[in-house]
Write a protein of this length. Structure first.
Ligand SMILES: O=C[C@H](O)COP(=O)(O)O
Length: 248
């Protein structure tokens, strides 16, 4: 049985003053029966981890380089994220794949680097709108999974997030049947490679998750939580999503 995770991705949003949102989450985190994770910009990882103090709140990065160090201006290594207090890192987000041309091979190398640094890698997959319209969603997701997860990665070290690109930040979501279809497919693809251990890999849905749709999404088969963008920036919204997952 996979752990339940409510993960927030602040993307390129937030300055130190916004860390008051962490204090405001304290009650929701204390009452949660799921893991709660926030992935702020790299500049806020250390102060957020310090702010989290004794709260049961994990802090993560949004990307990492495959190399441990070296001449990679503007990049950050998995070890640096861990050094700043991160326990997780998002890899292969569609915004990284689109903005930085990251391929499945790049993502697999980042996953290996993350695991080597002691981080849990949250591996993102998902189809574009054109791919959904062309009815190739399941193939696209299967090939992203096959290419982005290194064969040696243990289930305890990885999380998979299904994020349809067209649902990110748009207010649009797939139908519950469509989410179930993809999550069931991801579970069976993982099981084909890893057998029963695949059941331990948390599968998160991401794309316009809000307090108002969280309850129904968390009731879908093989949805173990969410990777939340916009609604993770405000403690009141993210708190509602954490409560919905805890009750699921
Ligand atoms: O990583 C998070 C996702 O891209 C979802 O973003 P969103 O909740 O703003 O649609």
């Amino acid at each position: 049985m996979a752990r339940k995770i409510a993960a927030g991705n602040w993307k390129m949003n937030g300055v130190e003053a916004d860390l008051v949102q962490v204090d405001a989450l304290a009650e929701a985190v204390a009452a949660a029966s799921c893991d709660v994770l926030l992935c702020p910009p790299a500049t806020l990882i250390a102060p957020m981890a310090a702010r989290a103090g004794l709260m049961d709140l994990y802090v993560g990065g949004q990307s990492c380089h495959a190399a441990a160090s070296g001449a990679h201006t503007g990049d950050i290594s998995a070890g640096m994220l861990a050094d700043a207090g991160a326990t997780h890192v998002i890899v292969g987000h569609s915004e990284r794949r689109a903005d930085h041309g990251e391929t499945n091979e790049d993502v697999a190398a980042q996953v290996t680097a993350a695991i080597d640094a002691g981080l849990i890698a949250i591996i993102c997959v998902g189809e574009t709108e054109a791919e959904r319209d062309a009815e190739v969603t399941l193939n696209v997701v299967a090939s992203q999974l096959a290419g982005s997860i290194p064969t040696g990665a243990l289930p305890a070290h990885i999380v998979v997030a299904y994020e349809p690109v067209w649902a990110i930040g748009t207010g649009r979501t797939p139908t519950l049947e469509q989410i179930a279809e993809v999550h069931d497919h991801i579970r069976s693809e993982l099981a084909a490679r890893r057998g029963g251990a695949a059941n331990d890999i948390p599968l998160l849905y991401g794309g316009s998750v809000k307090p108002g749709n969280a309850v129904e999404i968390f009731a879908v088969s093989n949805v173990d939580g969410a990777l939340v963008g916009g609604a993770s920036l405000k403690a009141s919204d993210f708190g509602g999503i954490i409560a919905a997952l805890s009750a699921a």
